[in-house]
Design a protein around this ligand. Structure first.
Ligand SMILES: Cc1ncc(COP(=O)(O)O)c(C=O)c1O
Length: 400
């Protein structure tokens, strides 16, 4: 009999599956089986898509706005994104410096595949969002992990980056507000990082998908807004988290024209344009009144305080107060080597498994984010779900 072994491309062995997608499918299975699950694990806003966006999508369908669009997205949407960037981060981008993509993840993929290749090294502060290293490895480049700690607020500095830079270092991926730590950089910290990137001739990908959710009075600053940085930064963002539109799959990049043209070349041979209908919905969301965002921000800030207080009550867990996004990054190293539910806990994966199977609480273990002794809890869920989830956690883990 013939050996029908299939030879797959090298990247298949290099790239790991997304752990967040795996948790989503386990939770969905539990719910189908009728089990109660408190979902503190997922990065899915619980606020619905704005009505104006839904109406605009329905109108697009009724008006047969259902054909291909420009690969880079419809001009009114790129103009609206340009206005939003001027308003939110104080930078002017022409519509031809903007590409509308299939979610923020796709904008990152275009940028990473365009900026780096085999032989290049890419600085990734830990903890990081799960897809950064995998996309870098897909591109053939090497992720270089830069540690941070709770005392520094999980932020990198020129001093902490310097030992990891060499002549192959090409790029820094900066995500703030950070998923999973919630860290937000101040203007002063960003100015120092910007100087460092200029001196070391580094490009930056600035992933800003949580920029609408900053709880410090100073608000959000982009690293691209410092002198000399706009020319060496790709800003990525999306309507996904900001407007409760994760399923619509609309993101974007803003970058100098030369790199934008290169990213478009890649997009023209892969996805082409994102859905024409979803683009109309995104246009209505970005261009309409933004008052709801302030209410959502306030609600997230209140939930953050409830979650932080609840976590700090539970035995063996500790956390900082995050300044942005909608996650609490929980240090669970207190459980290392301890016994629980007849098992010895070696990493937070064990702890997360026990919480899900014995207490019905879904949390993300930190392993996929670069830290096997942390858990990521999300407060993009109702206060009731959060309180019930915390109570279930406390009942199995005990109180401080
Ligand atoms: C830091 C970060 N960047 C990018 C994305 C991707 O967003 P999208 O759903 O728009 O692809 C996510 C989603 O979880 C994220 O947390």
């Amino acid at each position: 009999m013939l050996n029908r072994h299939v030879q797959l491309a090298d990247w298949v062995d290099r790239v790991q599956p997304s752990p967040t997608a795996m948790l989503e499918s386990t939770v969905a299975r539990y719910q189908r089986e009728g089990r109660t699950v408190y979902r503190l694990g997922l990065g899915q806003p619980d606020f619905p898509t704005p009505d104006r966006a839904k109406a605009s999508a329905i109108e697009a369908i009724q008006n047969n706005f259902t054909g291909y669009t420009d690969t880079s997205g419809i001009t009114p949407l790129r103009e609206a994104i340009s206005r939003a960037l001027r308003r939110d981060i104080g930078l002017s981008y022409n519509p031809d410096e903007i590409v509308v993509t299939v979610g923020g993840k796709h904008a990152l993929f275009n940028a990473i595949c365009t900026l780096c290749q085999a032989g290049d090294e890419v600085l990734i502060p830990v903890p990081y969002w799960v897809s950064f290293p995998e996309q870098v490895k897909f591109a053939g480049a090497k992720p270089v992990f830069v540690p941070t700690d709770a005392a520094s607020g999980y932020k990198v500095t020129p001093e902490s980056l310097a030992p990891f830079v060499n002549e192959s270092t090409r790029l820094l991926i900066l995500n703030q507000p950070n998923n999973p730590s919630g860290a937000v950089y101040s203007a002063k910290e960003l100015s120092e990082l910007a100087d460092f990137c200029l001196k070391r001739d580094l490009w930056v990908i600035s992933d800003e998908v949580y920029s609408a959710f900053v709880f410090k009075p100073e608000g959000y600053t982009s690293i691209a807004s410092f002198p000399g940085m706009r020319e060496r930064t790709v800003v990525t963002n999306a309507v996904s988290k900001t407007y409760g539109m994760t399923g619509w799959r609309i993101g974007y990049s803003a970058a100098p024209a030369a790199i934008t043209q290169a990213m478009l070349r890649l997009q023209s041979h892969t996805t082409s344009n994102p859905s024409s209908i979803a683009q109309q919905a995104a246009l209505a969301a970005i261009d309409g009144p933004q008052d709801d965002l302030e209410n959502i921000r306030r609600e997230y800030a209140a939930r953050r305080d409830i979650l932080v207080e609840g976590v700090r009550r539970i035995r063996g867990l500790a956390c900082n107060v995050p300044d942005g996004a909608f996650y609490v990054w929980v240090d669970a190293s207190g459980w290392r080597g301890q016994s629980l539910a007849g098992r010895v806990i070696s990493t937070a994966d064990d702890l997360a498994d026990i919480l899900l199977t014995q207490a019905g609480v879904a949390v993300m273990p930190g392993t996929g984010f670069g830290s096997p002794y942390h858990l990521r809890l999300s407060y993009a869920v109702s206060r009731d779900e959060m309180k019930n989830g915390l109570a279930a956690m406390e009942s199995i883990l005990g109180s401080n």
